[in-house]
Design a binder for this molecule. Structure first.
Ligand SMILES: CN[C@H]1CN(c2cccc(OC)c2)S(=O)(=O)c2sc(S(N)(=O)=O)cc21
Ligand SMILES: [Zn+2]
Length: 259
């Protein structure tokens, strides 16, 4: 098969050919229907979600042909909330975005799409020995989803948006000699989120992700969003609209931590 992507010929509607799990029981993203989400105080209220990230001393950026990714080298831990006592290690973060501000996020909220969505990918280091070991396990991964909306610039994201111009071709990598604290990429309110069991939103679409999607969006400037749209994908086209549309909820419940 031609390499998967987001064009008509290789996009989300074709992924089921090579990745039949595309039509599975716990696929992501989903449309979050806010009135159907269930407040669940015992599981969520008892131990708050907590992040303990170590700032990166240098920033490793990769254009992987589908997104721009930052490889994490320091020890960063996510635990609590739906993850219980398990400690999930931060592995990488990347984004999905649209060609215009009216689209680009993967999760939607009552049908509303945001301009972009940032994903911080973690693996269950309490139960598995490596990312590769965890990536296919039903409780192997946890991804924080942060909605991005046009507004003021996000200072911590500058190191990425300022270097997109040097990562214009698929496979391009660079290391920027500056620090980056992933904590500062999160919204100020990290108590209010939706959570559900889902999957990777790209091939191989493994059903191994506990999704945690924050209610509060983060603002990026127009210039920062434009920088993402100037990246080039593995087919040599402008990398944009690299989002999968919502999949069926099937027999799942979305939980929320706020009333
Ligand atoms: C291309 N994108 C995926 C890359 N991955 C990957 C890397 C190595 C091996 C592997 O399977 C064998 C998968 S990944 O696990 O880091 C993730 S997370 C994710 S998302 N959008 O759901 O947050 C997409 C991808
Ligand atoms: Zn993603």
């Amino acid at each position: 098969m031609a390499h998967w992507g987001y064009m008509t010929t290789n996009g989300p509607s074709t992924w089921g050919k090579d990745f039949p799990i595309a039509n599975g029981e716990r696929q992501s993203p989903i449309d979050i229907v806010t009135t159907a989400a269930e407040y669940d105080s015992d599981v969520l209220g008892s131990n708050a979600l907590s992040t303990n990230y170590t700032p990166e001393s240098e920033v490793k950026l990769v254009n992987n042909g589908h997104s721009i990714m930052c490889q994490i080298t320091k020890k960063g831990v996510l635990t609590g909330g739906p993850l219980g006592k398990d400690e999930y290690r931060l592995e990488q973060f990347h984004l999905h975005w649209g060609a215009e501000d009216n689209r680009g996020s993967e999760h939607t909220v009552d049908g509303k799409m945001y301009a972009s969505e940032l994903h911080l990918v973690h693996w269950n280091a309490s139960k598995y020995s490596s990312f590769a070991d965890a990536v296919q396990k039903p409780d192997g991964l946890a991804v924080l989803g942060i909605f991005i909306t046009p507004g003021v610039a996000c200072n911590q994201f500058k190191v990425i948006s300022d270097n997109c111009g040097k990562l214009k071709t698929s496979g391009a990598e660079m290391t920027v000699d500056t620090t980056l604290d992933p904590t500062l990429l999160l919204p100020s309110n990290t108590s209010d989120y939706w959570t559900y069991l889902g999957s990777l939103t790209t091939p191989p679409l493994f059903e191994s992700v506990t999704w945690i999607v924050f209610k509060e969006p983060v603002e990026y400037s127009k210039e920062q969003l434009l920088a993402l749209r100037n990246l080039v994908d593995s087919d040599g086209n402008h990398m944009q609209d690299n989002y999968r549309p919502p999949a069926a909820l099937k027999q799942r419940k979305v939980k929320k931590t706020f009333t």
